[in-house]
Design a protein around this ligand. Structure first.
Ligand SMILES: Nc1ncnc2c1ncn2[C@@H]1O[C@@H]2COP(=O)(O)O[C@H]2[C@H]1O
Length: 586
């Protein structure tokens, strides 16, 4: 099987002419007149595949919708002997819409079942078309309800009820219930009931899009949540046990006189500005260590590795005693090197890894509390395209649902300003009441804020865990709130946070970001661990770090002895930007 092995690619307008009549007959476009259909046609690209070619795989980032013009497509989960077919779709049917509507990764894989010709529509065009042609939302709702009902029917046949969930009704009753849910959804007051019904479906995450502009039709989506498995993978990796043996070159203990070298692998994130911030945090800490000669028996030697940590740890350079990574380095599932994760929860990073940040799930819980206190009934989430972002979005959706708040839209990556305009149009249609942003660079909220401003929308905007600099936000006339664990953001940090912020400003002429502070802390914590352990031997350093107790850092004050820092209610700070002064306050 080849991937993307299409044998001819029709260019816009050229190959499509052949399919013009067929295009006009696609049921999805039934509500559009001929002129609109003809205009729409220009947005599509025609592609051809051979039988067996894979169009995309489960879990991938999805940026296109496909309509089948000729042939068949198999939609399936798993691979090899574990492959399960969800559907075989034929001419004039479409697939790939879920990732576009939710921003989640592909919920299933798609393979050409026969030689195949499809029309492909990229996300920007999809968002715009959905916004411009409301009737399409109703078509999507219809197909979606059918797919969901079929999945429900089949899963109730093949599996018993999952643990801790109410038993499903019989297959026929499920279909009725789906119809009832759809009917309930048409009455605006029952939208929450419908959202609850979707959330109770067998699929772990449900998304309901209220398209209230058209007779209150509601799209209820049942989707495979990726958040849970991402989190499981993350912590499985983080929980690499103390029994994995350290690199032999590191069993060095202190020799008389000379400082012991502690090689540190620094995995820079893919995002360029975050990578610069992280590197600066490391450099500042190194300079501080040298200047203060705080731990004279040890000399840290950072070794930068790029590309989001996808390089192998054992790539020929000195085996590191410790690693620092923004978040889970991909492909490091069995790393035996202890790692300080700048994101994630201290409580969840077991074994040899220690996370410095607050877990995205903890943020999500606090944000849901706040949303409930403000009496918001329906919100949209924009989250960064990372494991932490996905965890946050999934956890917020769950926590919000428990409080009767509907997450009307959940998306990641807005590729262009025009796409943002379309997204805001969608939020308006969905009657979103607030927008929650999860972004560790602090750059997304100002972007979204200025988009909202331009569109004349004034949703309260909640931004974190890196809150944007106050001076980046005043263009937005709506209310802006921040949530963070970064003491400097919260302007309530201790002496360590203030001293770090001063040093950073002096060195680089700007305020430090959250990731810079976390990287600064990470380097100092590694030096402290070696000093406490009296050794550069990884296992001993980890033990020493975990017994370090309360330690005031630049990012925040950590409690390494606490065992669990989650849910204490005091870890996450909520701030409000006062529009007149352009300042954050608690
Ligand atoms: N149970 C199903 N029946 C039919 N199509 C499905 C089913 N589940 C997923 N799909 C389609 O497969 C696609 C996989 O990628 P997306 O999640 O973007 O969008 C998905 C739907 O278009």
């Amino acid at each position: 099987m080849t991937r993307f092995g299409f044998f001819s690619v029709g260019r816009k307008g050229k190959g499509i002419v052949l399919n013009k009549l067929a295009f006009l007959e696609i049921p999805l476009f039934v509500g559009l007149d001929r002129a609109h259909k003809a205009a729409l046609l220009q947005q599509f690209t025609q592609l051809s595949y051979r039988a067996g070619d894979i169009l995309f795989e489960e879990g991938e980032f999805g940026d296109s919708l496909y309509i089948i013009m000729q042939g068949k497509t198999r939609i399936y989960l798993g691979s090899g002997n574990n492959e399960t077919t969800l559907a075989i779709l034929g001419e004039k049917e479409y697939f790939g819409e879920m990732a576009l509507l939710t921003g989640d990764p592909r919920s299933a894989s798609a393979r050409a079942e026969s030689d195949l010709v499809v029309l492909k529509l990229i996300k920007d065009s999809f968002d715009r078309i959905l916004y411009e042609h409301n009737t399409l939302a109703v078509q999507f709702a219809g197909i979606l309800a059918k797919r969901l009902a079929k999945v429900n029917r089949e899963s109730s046949r093949t599996a018993g009820p999952p643990p801790e969930e109410p038993a499903l009704p019989e297959p026929e009753a499920v279909e009725e219930a789906s119809t009832a849910e759809a009917a309930a959804a048409v009455r605006p007051n029952d939208r929450r009931a419908a959202a609850g019904a979707a959330a109770r479906s067998r699929l772990p995450v449900a998304l309901c899009m209220a398209a209230s502009f058209m007779a209150g039709a509601l799209l209820c989506y049942g989707l495979q949540a990726d958040g849970a498995s991402t989190a499981a993978n993350l912590w499985q990796w983080a929980a690499v046990g103390p029994d994995s043996s350290p690199p032999s070159s590191l069993s060095a203990t202190i020799a008389d006189g000379a400082a012991v070298e502690v090689p540190v692998a620094v995995y820079l994130p893919k995002d360029a500005s975050a990578a610069v911030s992280m590197q600066r945090g490391v450099e500042l800490a190194m300079a501080d260590l040298q200047a203060s000669s705080a731990y004279p028996r040890f000399r840290l030697s950072p070794d930068y590795r790029g590309d989001g940590g996808t390089e192998e740890l054992s790539d020929g350079s000195a085996a590191p005693a410790f690693a620092i990574a923004a978040s889970l380095p991909a492909g490091q599932a069995s790393a035996s090197v202890p790692t300080l994760l700048l994101d994630g929860a201290a409580a969840s990073a077991a074994g040899r890894s220690v996370a410095l940040g607050i877990a995205p799930g903890v943020y999500a819980g606090e944000v849901a509390e706040w949303l409930a206190r403000q009496s918001f009934g329906k919100v949209a989430i924009y989250y960064e395209d990372s494991a932490a972002g996905r965890q946050f979005a999934a956890a917020l959706e769950k926590a919000a649902d428990r409080k009767g708040i509907l997450v009307a839209d959940r998306l990641t990556r807005i590729s262009a300003r025009s796409a943002l305009t379309a997204v805001i149009g969608k939020w308006k249609l969905l009657e979103t009441e607030a927008v929650v942003v999860y972004d560790s660079s602090g750059e997304a909220a100002p972007e979204i804020g200025s988009g909202l401003q331009a569109a004349g929308a004034r949703y309260p905007l909640l931004a974190g865990p890196a809150v944007p600099a106050a001076e980046m936000m005043p263009a937005y006339a709506g209310e802006v709130y921040g949530y963070t664990d970064f003491a400097a953001d919260a302007a309530a940090g201790g002496a360590a946070a203030a001293a770090f912020a001063d040093k950073y400003r002096a060195a680089y002429g700007m305020a430090p970001s959250r990731i810079a502070a976390a990287a600064y802390d990470a380097v100092r914590l590694i030096a402290l661990s070696a000093d406490k352990a009296g050794s550069a031997e990884p296992a001993r350093m980890v033990e020493a770090l975990k017994a370090a107790g309360v330690w005031e850092g630049a990012l925040r004050t950590y409690n390494f002895n606490a065992g669990s820092e989650t849910g204490s209610g005091s870890l996450v700070r909520l701030l409000k930007l006062s529009p007149k002064q352009g300042e954050w306050g608690e």
